[in-house]
Design a binder for this molecule. Structure first.
Ligand code: ES4
Ligand code: ZN
Length: 324
């Protein structure tokens, strides 16, 4: 089964490119760009990756992202992830980036996007890996700042398939961004949002009803409402679940407590993803292996999870069919 997991061609739908920054590259870029980081050694960095909740992770994740300065840095970051895709047999990936983490430091939207985009173009040429780019709004910032970022994105619309919502969930509900997401939808962007990672089911309901999402990122708290579970099942709304992330950020005490198998057995459209793999101890295959080993997943479960990812991707229908 482990070989099956490794060998199956897979898609990934929930991956923050800044969350693939490996300690080695962080060190190298910190030195090159003369950016101070609060670590002396690679070991120091790894020791700091010991989180208690989402916010404790985000503080470290944003600090790490400060080492990214030039287009070449974003290219290098993305290319390293592409090499992980090759290792993990990921043949299609939809990656998030957080423009505001960089534009607020004086790095232009174009610098960030062009570095990511060129690496993804080379991934297609070199390995046949296909991809889409989704930009996320930081929900701890204001809707007004979100609007500015959306304006900056409009000249690059052809390179960005959708918009998402990430960062600190509690206290920053979907309703804060209703107008912004309406405008994004009118502009033709696909819509996703992190919801029900730490937040209660109201964050998932409001993502569906106010933001009109095409997919829910995480969504694990849906289990607390039978009515919501029924709706997610009926509408087959994709949930991009990230097992390692949920364990590392203490949404569940251990893999044995993770609810992905329950969500799947209920008939929800669940997918497996790695979120911020450099910070959460493993890329996509390791996420599959961890749930397989702890939750009694069958071969059919694994195949269903993989098929769900391709089906729920933003590939056009014709291309999707070739992958399935
Ligand atoms: C994130 Cl795990 C997670 N949750 C919310 N926002 C994020 N940004 C990067 N990783
Ligand atoms: Zn995420």
């Amino acid at each position: 089964m482990i070989d099956l997991i490794k060998n199956l061609p897979k898609a990934e739908l929930h991956l923050h490119i800044e969350g693939t920054l490996e300690p080695e590259l962080m060190f190298e870029l910190a030195k090159k760009n003369s950016v101070e980081i609060p670590y002396k050694t690679i070991e120091d960095i790894k020791k700091a990756y010991n989180f208690t909740n989402l916010q404790s992770f985000l503080d470290i994740y944003y600090a790490g992202a400060n080492v990214l300065q030039t287009k070449e840095d974003f290219y290098a970051l993305t290319w390293e992830y592409i090499l992980k895709c090759v290792e993990n047999n990921i043949i299609h990936t939809e990656i998030f980036f957080d423009p505001q983490s960089h534009t607020t430091r004086g790095i232009s939207f174009e610098t960030v996007l062009s570095g990511i985009k060129e690496a993804l173009e080379d991934a297609k040429k070199e390995f046949g890996i296909t991809s889409k780019i989704i930009m996320c709004f930081l929900r701890h910032l204001s809707q007004e700042e979100g609007f500015k970022t959306l304006e900056e994105a409009l000249p690059f619309k052809k390179d960005i398939i959708g918009v998402g919502l990430d960062s600190s969930e509690l206290g920053n509900p979907p309703s804060k961004f209703e107008q912004l997401f309406k405008k994004a939808k009118d502009e033709g962007f696909k819509i996703v949002a992190h919801a029900g990672e730490e937040g209660d089911v109201s964050y998932i309901y409001d993502s569906l009803d106010l933001l009109k999402v095409d997919r829910i990122d995480h969504g694990i708290q849906a289990i607390n409402s039978k009515e919501l579970m029924q709706r997610l099942k009926e509408e087959q709304i994709p949930l991009t679940v990230c097992p390692n992330s949920n364990i590392e950020l203490k949404a569940f005490e251990s893999y044995k407590e993770h609810n992905i198998k329950k969500l799947l057995d209920y008939g929800l459209n669940v997918t497996v993803n790695s979120d911020d793999p450099s910070y959460f101890k493993g890329y996509l295959n390791q996420n599959f292996i961890n749930i397989y080993e702890n939750l009694d997943l069958s071969k059919d479960d694994i195949i269903k999870l993989v098929k769900n990812s391709f089906n729920s991707s933003f590939l056009d229908e014709g291309t999707k069919i070739k992958y399935l």
